[in-house]
Design a protein around this ligand. Sequence first.
Ligand code: PHE
Length: 497
Amino acid sequence: MRLGNNERRMLKAMLSDSERFWTLNGILSGTDWEDQAHVAGAGKALEEAGMVEITESTSKTVFLGQEGKKAANDGLLESRLWEWLKSRDEKGRSLKELMSAGFERSETGPGVGILKGLGVSIDSGILVVSDEKEISEEIEKRTNFIQSLSDSPQDSSDLDQEMLSHFSSRGGLIEFEESVSRTWRLTKEGANVDESELSEVHMIGELTPEILQNDSWRGAEFKPFDVSAPAPIPSGGRRHPMQSLIERIRSVFLEMGFSEIEGDYVQSAGWNMDALYIPQSHPARTMQDTFYLSDPRRLDVEGHYLDLWSKVHEHGHDTGSKGWGGSFDKEEAQKALLRTHTTVNTVRHIAENPEVPSRVFGIGRVFRQETIDRTHMPEFHQIEGIIHEPDANLPMLVSTLKTFYAKMGYPDVRVRPAYFPYTEPSAEVDVLWRGEWLELGGSGIFRPEVTEPLGTEWPVCAWGMGLERLAMLILGLDDIRQLYQPDLERLHRMPLL
Ligand code: PHE
């Protein structure tokens, strides 16, 4: 084992008297250290190296408490009472007289108790003393005990144990302080170390630009890190865990070659739903599920899209589909709402770039009329993405999602058949967490009813998943609300992402 400079210095000091049981002060003066932490640290390392043996002994120091100091000055309550008693004739020693004898109110009750304990009895209100000498001696003993502590604290083992236990049971008179004292002694192995090997070396604990520039690192030794040493937990400012998670997801997608897109919270029902071939009668479109706005109540949508969506919804147009039937309401498509999913962003991105192959993602807030509970909030985030290119296909979608989750630290991903009005095939994405499959999002290939009106004939792999779900998983939370409560204590304890 390599010894550090502190260990070398301590060992060298101890070798000057290799049989001695060294105390803290002995080592401090032998090493010229001022800080006892050096002794504790180096001593521990030497002990681990088998060169030093540490003996610990606990001692209890006794000193006067608040009441004890008063008693040392003014006399113990029993001795003051005793003086009073002795100054009166036997008939004058009544409880009634005692009340008006100048003792504090709080003293008379306990005082009588103490006197009884000393052998004083009460006979029709009169305090009766049987053995005066014995009581006097006991009180003197107690007084001496308190006096002996008033000069300086004492080690409990040096004191009269009977007195010690008596005063321990009376409040505030004496107090204890426990302390551990150690001695250090060389083991055989330590005593055999050759002193000439103990010269201190120049150790580098921290590499600075200066050290690298001035060559002083040549010939120096590098101090090894003790990664198991206890260290304080730094408590500076930090990003909110949701924000760190968003940053991490962003960098994973960027790493995978995706670009980021954004979109507005306020959208028309047309882009949020009709473009996705969600039938106008779909239950999710009702006021109970979607926040429709009163200002603006309406958003203009280009007639060109309204015409195409009408045809697709009513009879399928030339997508090969039969459509939903019924009649499409263009006014309904121009109602303003708060977006219910970020799929609206990717769809609009395709409409704006129908001829450009793209891999894009977006992270954003979405809004749904949900009752708040452990797993639901009316506002939450989604992570959305598409691959829009001539050869996009299902295996590509699955492997992209698997790669994403693996990079986030969840290598076990499975997809299950699912249903969304805008994808075919559709798949639910599950991630394995602590032996359980958790549902994190939806995905699929956009149907022609979606892509044709947008102006593309390429397949589009699409997916969308809840960010809070993922956050709960990563942070080990079981209530979604914990993410947004301003509980700094809890936020501080959440793992760094
Ligand atoms: N928009 C769906 C949701 O909000 C997720 C999804 C996105 C599904 C893209 C399929 C394709 O849950």
